[in-house]
Ligand binder design. Structure first.
Ligand SMILES: NC(=O)c1ccc[n+]([C@@H]2O[C@H](COP(=O)([O-])OP(=O)(O)OC[C@H]3O[C@@H](n4cnc5c(N)ncnc54)[C@H](OP(=O)(O)O)[C@@H]3O)[C@@H](O)[C@H]2O)c1
Ligand SMILES: *[C@@H]1O[C@H](CO)[C@@H](O)[C@H](O)[C@H]1NC(C)=O
Length: 289
């Protein structure tokens, strides 16, 4: 009995210490000089990530479609740090992204890469399914296939540099929610693809880490505009969401959650599914015509 007590006590102390140090595992210093390629960096959470990475001293390549906006972000970042900051314009919906030259053109193989942060998304309506199958196909290209193509092109340099792949997803990529049919599908696809790839990297003893980020509603202009009057949920600040993603990638967690309690929502998602869905729907405003 005494021995059991001692073991329990020791386990308690170890767990306590782990919990204590776990919280502070993130060392911003580790990002100083890190080479980061960040997609969807012109607005929203991507823009905030760019500022954080820059203030931690990382070297960043920003990508999005709108060059003028990216130039503006670049100027903002150069006021924050003297680090390398470049921009690269791309159109995931075009064939360009599938040619590995997208990354090679940029001499990434020469510069090397520590973090590939896949964050961009195509515009999608927040509404009932309207039967637009072509839109779903297009959104799959932008939100899913381009992630697969970019990750594939970056794997060799990530392996060489023991780098990380950060994939930005959403709660609706773990638990389906209303008004997000196609979007939810693209995020579930990311979980499947990158979850399987993660296994294979471990099996091949390749030193590349994959972090999937599960975010709740965040107060980006786009998200607020689309959900206004349709959801009764408070949006969390984009700068905090951006930091949670960066922290998750830097501390090499498999899944990063923001806000933190989403981890428990996902953990218990299959316990009472019909009750869960009823509660979920109560947060959505649907006034039938
Ligand atoms: N905001 C939320 O509530 C929320 C919740 C859960 C998860 N997330 C996830 O967080 C990530 C960032 O979301 P966000 O809210 O910050 O998005 P956002 O504000 O709409 O920004 C999207 C970014 O993607 C780029 N983009 C738009 N259309 C594109 C296209 N067709 N091809 C390539 N790039 C395109 C945009 O720049 P250009 O227009 O210049 O190309 C912009 O930089 C996404 O993965 C999203 O799914 C967001
Ligand atoms: C719910 O949506 C209807 C229109 O679809 C709108 O008139 C109403 O104001 C919304 N309710 C809330 C509480 O936002």
């Amino acid at each position: 009995m005494k021995a059991v007590g001692k073991v329990l006590c020791a386990t308690g102390v170890i767990v306590g210490l782990l919990a204590f140090f776990w919280k502070d595992a993130f060392d911003p210093e580790s990002l100083s000089g890190a080479r980061v390629l960040l997609t969807g960096a012109s607005a929203g959470i991507g823009e905030q990530m760019a500022y954080h990475y820059a203030s931690f001293g990382a070297e960043i390549v920003l990508t999005a479609r709108r060059e003028a906006v990216l130039q503006k972000r670049k100027r903002g970042i150069q006021c924050l740090s003297y680090n390398f900051c470049e921009i690269l314009c791309h159109f995931p919906e075009s064939k360009q992204i599938y040619s590995q030259s997208f990354l090679k053109d940029f001499r990434l193989s020469a510069r090397g890469l520590d973090y590939l942060v896949l964050n961009h998304i195509g515009m999608t309506p927040f509404q009932m399914w309207d039967g637009d199958v072509e839109h779903t196909r297009w959104l799959m290209q932008v939100n899913f296939f381009s992630y697969v193509a970019l990750a594939t092109a970056a794997l060799p340099t990530l392996e060489e540099n023991k780098g990380s792949l950060i994939v930005v997803s959403s709660l609706t990529g773990k638990i389906p929610t209303p008004f997000t049919t196609s979007y939810s599908a693209t995020k579930f696809a990311l979980d499947g693809f990158f979850g399987s790839l993660r296994h294979e990297l471990v099996m091949q003893k390749k030193n590349i880490f994959i972090t999937l980020c599960i975010l709740g509603l965040v107060d980006t202009d786009m998200a607020l505009e689309k959900t206004r009057g349709k959801v009764y949920l408070a949006a969390s600040p984009a700068a905090e969401a951006a930091l949670a993603i960066i922290r998750g990638g830097a501390t090499r967690v498999q899944e990063a959650f923001y806000p933190w309690w989403l981890e428990y929502v996902c953990h218990f998602r299959d316990w009472f599914p019909s009750h869960r869905d009823q509660v979920l729907r109560s947060y959505y405003n649907y006034s039938s015509p």
